[in-house]
Design a protein. Structure first.
Length: 219
């Protein structure tokens, strides 16, 4: 077994929190490093937590010497308040982390994007996700894994009205998500996290993009 190390950003989030549990429980990783804005309050012998300033990622280069990088960062326009601030979190930070980790020798980069990601979309959110995907493919990462989940299901600390309503509606209508509509079916955050963990254990070079139904099948 290799002595692998993982870097996880977004560990305090819905997907990132589940992924952190998988990484800490895994015998594959001897070190799990998380970069956070405030302490998570999780204690584990394998866990190394660094509270950092994301606006100044380059100064933490020493942290970026890992094998596998997991990115679950993201915000909402409501929280970010401006499109520019949203772009920093959903596109600029992931891209900068990918560039630095790649430079420092990381072999794999796994990132949560979104269903509908498209660099030419007229919808700002989908365009940001699409642009992130496009720019990541240009970094030259040996093994890039892009996850495009549909609506995420899971217990969130904060209340997101749109998510709750869509979640209830789509669960009630889950029978319609068959055939070509399967990729629209809401997905548990835990399933996304498990699929990310599993993809990292495969030694597959190249660029891999997973639609929501494929993520469900992997988990
Ligand atoms: N919600 C959905 O239905 C859905 C659907 C498809 C795709 N996605 C995408 O899936 C990804 C993960 O979603 P999620 O629901 O797990 O996210 P989440 O629960 O909102 O967690 C987001 C993570 O990003 C971090 N973050 C936010 N703003 C930050 C900032 N300014 N600086 C540094 N870190 C920051 C948060 O840290 P703090 O705790 O410090 O804020 C948290 O760890 C996101 O990219 C999202 O766009 C979501």
């Amino acid at each position: 077994m290799e002595n692998k190390s993982a870097l996880l950003v977004g560990a305090s989030g819905l997907v990132g929190g589940k992924l952190l549990n998988f990484l800490l429980a895994s015998p594959e990783y001897t070190k799990v490093l998380i970069l956070v804005r405030k302490p998570l309050g999780v204690k584990h012998p394998k866990l190394e937590e660094r509270v950092i300033e994301f606006e100044d990622l380059a100064q933490y280069k020493d942290c970026f010497k890992v094998q596998d990088v997991f990115c679950c960062l993201g915000t909402t326009i409501k929280k970010a308040k401006t499109q520019e601030a949203f772009k920093r979190v959903d596109m600029d930070y992931p891209l900068e982390i990918a560039k630095i980790t790649s430079e420092m020798g990381a072999k794999k980069f796994l990132v949560v994007s979104s269903m509908g990601a498209n660099p030419k979309s007229t919808i700002f959110y989908s365009r940001m996700k699409g642009l992130l995907e496009q720019k990541l493919t240009e970094v030259g990462i040996g093994s890039l894994h892009i996850f495009r989940p549909s609506l995420l299901l899971g217990d969130r600390k904060e209340f997101r009205f749109g998510e709750k309503v869509s979640g209830f509606l789509t669960i009630g209508l889950s029978f319609i998500f068959v055939g070509s509509l399967k990729k629209y079916k809401p997905i548990k955050a835990k399933a996304v996290a498990l699929a990310m963990y599993k993809a990292a254990q495969r030694n597959e070079e190249g660029i891999h993009t997973y639609l929501s139904n494929e993520i469900t099948e992997m988990s």
